[in-house]
Design a protein around this ligand. Structure first.
Ligand code: HEM
Length: 418
């Protein structure tokens, strides 16, 4: 898909219209077009295309896939919990998980699959900070369920999507894994609802309170939101971190600069979260990594009604792809777009408008601050102690699915600093 989108852009320009079976698609490759759809004429564009329909099979009608008043209500409910001060509380969780990872690596001196390590870490962070749950015993099962489910849904988005009741092997496997995932989440909810006087005061408590006080939310909503948070909240950040490790290993000079900056401000753990704001270069590296490899590589919307974007007619009920991947490498907006160059994000330059790793407008990522702070703490913690080096020197390819992963495993050796 990435090659297809890039080639379409190269051949036909910033707006490409095409048909797949009976469906009309547009691929948008210009920041102003993206702004039109996501901001200025947002009411005409819904999350109701094939992607949303497929993701609903796993995560239901949750914040991620809902629309209109119902979405707005959910967004307001969850937004407060993601205020910066709540995010700050999770610092200890990120550090203790990073510490566990280091211990594991020290005890086993063999190469590590860094993608799987980051997935494990971010999953635990979501579990402990938002749900106050240690999810260690379910990590492998959730990883498998997510992998199988997301692959199946991705294939259904761009291929044939037979009704789930038709027992193809893909549908059967998907339903089996979805059942397991839902079972894990139902158990978490059940535990919380039956234990009285718990002292958690976390996102889950707030969601349960909202569900109990509002007729708008039913118990299925609760489960769907938790599945959504697990889905949206761990794989994206894990992919971002994986790409950071990959790029740092390939650019030891950049890695040294990051290390110098981190050790100038920290000696061990992040004692004060405010001090993360001193890590301007480290943040530039993170931004540049998700420019080249945006974990959400495209945003999809469907047009409720006809529209016109920069003179191009948009048909009613058509599907629009805002290709974040192509925008982030658009030669009109980025110099040497395929080059890893964190300096392009320094304060002397204006951030390009063709940059939207967390989306744009009212449906911008809910977990943006959470993700950035989590990534920064992980980098501070791990980079002080070790370097990660690629086992195989050949370049690693991105694999687009629901998120942008590395193709195959990313095996790395740990080099200890002390
Ligand atoms: C580097 C990490 C992340 C990236 C790149 C990312 C990217 C995005 C993007 C591009 C969207 C907008 C999709 C659209 O407009 O269709 C989005 C939405 C969303 N993200 Fe993230 N995300 C990240 C981490 C997180 C985390 C950690 C959480 C939760 C803890 C989260 C929760 C959500 C939710 C709930 C939405 C839907 C918001 C809505 O529609 O109102 N994300 N994310």
């Amino acid at each position: 898909m990435l090659t297809v989108l890039k080639n379409l852009h190269r051949q036909y320009g910033d707006m490409v219209s095409f048909r797949l079976a009976h469906l009309q698609y547009y691929s948008l490759n210009h920041p102003e077009f993206a702004k039109h759809v996501l901001v200025s004429n947002k009411d005409n564009y819904l999350k109701d295309g094939r992607s949303s329909q497929q993701i609903r099979l796993l995560a239901g009608q949750s914040l991620l896939t809902d629309n209109g008043d119902s979405w707005y209500h959910k967004r307001r409910q969850l937004q407060n919990t993601f205020r910066v001060d709540t995010v700050k509380k999770f610092k200890d969780v990120v550090e203790s998980e990073s510490n566990l990872l280091l211990e594991e690596w020290r005890n086993d001196n063999t190469p590590v699959d860094i993608h799987s390590a980051m997935m494990h870490l971010t999953y635990q962070v979501i579990g402990k900070s938002l749900l106050s749950e240690d999810l260690t015993h379910t990590t492998d099962q959730v990883a498998k369920s997510m992998e199988v489910s997301l692959l199946h849904l991705y294939r259904r988005i761009f291929g044939v999507a037979l009704p789930l009741m038709i027992p193809t092997s893909g549908n059967q496997r998907f339903k089996h894994e979805r059942k397991k995932l839902h079972h894990i989440v139902d158990n978490i909810l059940q535990r919380r609802l039956t234990i009285k006087n718990h002292d958690t005061n976390d996102l889950l408590d707030k969601m349960i309170a909202a569900q109990q006080s509002e007729t708008l939310f039913d118990s299925v909503w609760l489960r769907d939101e938790v599945v959504t948070l697990l889905l949206a909240g761990h794989e994206t950040t894990a992919n971002a971190l994986t790409w950071v490790w990959y790029l740092l290993a390939q650019h030891p000079d950049v890695e040294q600069k990051v290390y110098d900056e981190i050790t100038e401000h920290f000696n061990g753990p992040v004692d004060d979260i405010e001090k993360l704001s001193n890590l301007t270069y480290t943040l530039q590296v993170f931004y540049e990594a998700i420019r080249l490899y945006p974990p959400i590589w495209a945003i999809e919307r469907s047009a409720r009604d006809v529209d016109e974007i920069a003179g191009y007619k948009i048909k009613k009920n058509s599907t629009l792809f805002i290709s974040i991947y192509t925008l982030h490498r658009h030669p009109d907006f980025w110099e040497s777009p395929d080059k890893f160059n964190p300096e392009r994000f320094d304060s002397k330059r204006d951030a390009s408008t063709a940059y939207m790793p967390f989306g744009l407008g009212h449906r911008m990522c809910l977990g943006k601050n959470f993700a950035i702070q989590e990534a920064m703490i992980v980098l501070v913690y791990l980079l002080q102690r070790c370097r990660l080096r690629l086992v195989n020197k050949e370049s690693v390819e991105p694999e687009p699915g629901i998120t942008l992963r590395v193709r195959n495993k990313l095996m790395m050796n740990i080099e200890w600093r002390e």
